[in-house]
Design a protein around this ligand. Structure first.
Ligand SMILES: Cc1cc2nc3c(=O)[nH]c(=O)nc-3n(C[C@H](O)[C@H](O)[C@H](O)COP(=O)(O)OP(=O)(O)OC[C@H]3O[C@@H](n4cnc5c(N)ncnc54)[C@H](O)[C@@H]3O)c2cc1C
Length: 268
């Protein structure tokens, strides 16, 4: 029965840590055009095995039920059938322990629909962009940088990535490479428990904003008329940074009411 629903094959799986991975899949048919920042559904049946790194699931899945969850696409938008995802393991969850058990060649379900309003490319061309992420919240930004960085030379684009230790910084090498290649892209990782060898920032994201690091290092001002903010990842970080920005005249973007603050919360 799973075979009839599955429409994609795993072509790559890289573990950044035992509980964070990039997963690359090849869909049987190319997807429709999509925007950087959007997401799709991944799915596996309850009968699939769970990684030994997981715990007993809080809510046991029915073997014949297709478990589906949304995941942001991390690959460039020109790649319509090779999609990359950046996924963290929820040990007691239903889907992620099964996704972490996959190997190259295994089959899974990938929805044909790619949706979401967290569209970085829709930011007006003359605005600067600040992307803020923790954990797998990096995924939509990687899609944006891989798709559009060369097309936005007039915008200053900064990425603030918050993590605990250096090895938690997903895509660190690629982001440093992009920052070296493109004058308009500034990469600002910050750690809360850094090793002595780390010579980057060591503060909370709100402290970085408060300390005017963006203006000092990137020439970007915190002003909704000039700069759009994107926040993605841990809901506590998203709520706290959103509040900080809303105190400075930012309003949340929605389809009906455009604003300069765009948020994507990953835990629902
Ligand atoms: C628009 C959107 C985009 C998303 N993109 C990504 C992505 O790119 N990468 C990614 O890893 N996840 C992403 N997620 C989260 C993802 O959809 C699942 O919620 C997550 O992978 C957990 O699924 P699960 O079936 O293993 O756990 P479930 O069985 O659904 O959840 C078990 C419990 O764990 C909590 N939980 C969910 N996620 C986490 C977490 N990360 N850490 C701790 N507790 C958690 C839930 O609130 C729930 O109570 C996204 C969610 C949304 C809404």
């Amino acid at each position: 029965m799973p075979e009839s629903k599955y429409n994609a094959t795993v072509v790559g799986k890289i573990l950044l840590r035992p509980d964070i991975m990039t997963l690359r899949v090849d869909t049987d048919e190319p997807r429709e055009e999509f925007s950087a920042g959007q997401y799709t559904l991944l799915g596996l049946f309850g009968s699939e095995g769970r990684t030994p790194d997981s715990t007993i699931e809080a809510d046991p899945a029915e073997p014949d039920k297709l478990i589906q969850r949304p995941y942001s696409i991390a690959s460039a938008t020109r790649q319509r059938s090779q999609l990359e995802f950046f996924i963290s393991l929820v040990k007691s969850g239903q889907l992620t322990p099964r996704l972490f058990n996959l190997s190259p060649g295994d089959r899974l379900f990938v929805s044909k629909r790619i949706v979401g309003v967290f569209k970085l490319a829709e930011t007006p061309p003359n605005k600067d962009i600040v992307m803020v992420a923790t954990g797998t919240g990096m995924a939509p930004y990687m899609s944006f940088l891989r798709s559009y960085l060369t097309e936005r030379p007039e915008s200053k684009i900064a990425m603030i990535q918050g993590a605990t230790k250096q090895w938690d910084l997903g895509y660190y090498s690629e982001l440093n490479f992009l920052a070296n290649m493109f004058d308009n892209f500034i990469y600002l990782p910050t750690l809360t428990e850094a090793d002595p060898t780390w010579n980057g920032h060591q503060m909370w994201i709100e402290e970085m904003l408060e300390a005017d690091v963006l203006e000092k290092e990137a020439g970007i001002v915190i002003d909704p008329q000039k700069t759009h903010f994107f926040l993605s990842g841990n809901p506590k970080m998203v709520a706290s940074v959103s509040n900080w920005l809303m105190d400075r005249n930012y309003s949340k973007h929605s389809r009906k009411k455009p604003g300069a603050l765009h948020v994507e919360e990953f835990w629902t």
